[in-house]
Design a protein around this ligand. Structure first.
Ligand code: FE2
Length: 308
């Protein structure tokens, strides 16, 4: 078994929550961890996936020990993936963050490197000794230079090759940080009836008017080969973050393209921008026959007991 391929065995249902753009920093760290603690306690997931821009600003590597202790308390596995900000304002590198997290007891992120991308991981899910599904996490990078401009990065061809060679199930669920061009295609040009839930608000003012020159989707600049290469019927859903005000799910060419609910209150969120609060998590439930359900959970409803 290659080091970047993990196995988890479950019985009837496997629950994954997406911890999306948590932006943990020194000022809000305790409050944010309390919010994650409540989610773990009430939802009781099997796995939590941090989809990037997880820890920012003034926190250093030992903060990941504190995060692991929370998951140890609930006996829940966590997968940490990198966003564009994770090593941007700290003295730690992306490589060091992945080395640190992969050494922790409940973190399943692989200590992997592929052309400067760190932590790409495949988790094979088995029920009754049968392979049911795979969770795949990518490092979608941070920035790429285009002339004199700094643009958002894209999934690399080398990562696509690794995915094609190593994923084998008929139900693949892929998580990364930066939406790729297909999100722009789907959410900017898609037909309304393809929407399943959520809103795209990144380019909107609270009044409902559109902001001039602002894209609804901050996609990776170059079109990645990933979507077309992976979309062979086995790719069921892609979950991203990055655009905090977007929390939608659309069915595009047979694949659910999902913006997770922004998790925790640090970093810009809906309330700061004058919108109603969408803070929470996005739950993926995989059944032992490979069927699945994707549902947003707002934190306010969760703590009021409206989640069952
Ligand atoms: Fe981001």
């Amino acid at each position: 078994m290659k080091a970047n391929i993990k196995e988890i065995h479950f019985e009837n249902q496997f629950k994954v929550i997406q911890l999306c753009d948590t932006h943990l920093d020194g000022k809000t760290f305790e409050l944010s961890l309390d919010e994650i603690d409540a989610m773990l306690k009430i939802i009781k997931p099997d796995l939590a996936v941090f989809t990037g821009d997880n820890v920012v600003l003034d926190l250093e590597l030992d903060v990941y020990d504190v995060i692991n202790a929370l998951f140890l308390k609930h006996n829940v596995k966590w997968l940490l993936l990198l966003g564009n900000h994770d090593a941007e304002f700290t003295s730690t590198s992306r490589k060091e963050i992945i080395e640190k997290c992969s050494s922790l007891s409940h973190c399943v992120t692989a200590n992997s490197e592929n052309k400067g991308r760190y932590g790409d991981t495949i988790i094979r899910l088995f029920s009754n000794k049968q392979l049911v599904a795979e969770i795949v996490g990518f490092d979608s990078g941070d920035y790429q230079k285009v002339g004199f401009c700094k643009k958002y990065a894209s999934i690399l061809d080398e990562q696509v090759d690794w995915y094609k060679k190593n994923t084998i199930s008929m139900a693949k669920f892929v998580y990364f940080h930066i939406p790729q061009k297909e999100f722009l295609d789907a959410f900017k040009n898609g037909k309304k009836e393809q929407y399943i839930h959520g809103l795209i608000r990144e380019h909107m003012l609270p009044s409902g008017r559109k902001k001039p020159f602002v894209s609804p989707v901050s996609a990776g600049f170059k079109r990645s080969s990933f979507f077309n290469a992976a979309n062979d019927g086995s790719l069921k859903a892609i979950f991203v973050g990055h655009d905090h005000l977007n929390d939608a799910n659309i069915l595009y060419k047979g694949v659910h393209l999902v913006y997770g609910q922004k998790t925790c209150r640090a970093g810009y969120n809906c309330v700061e921008r004058g919108f109603s609060d969408n803070m929470g998590t996005t739950l993926l439930t995989i059944n032992c026959d490979g069927s699945f359900e994707i549902s947003p959970i707002e934190y306010g409803n969760l703590v009021l007991g409206e989640y069952e």
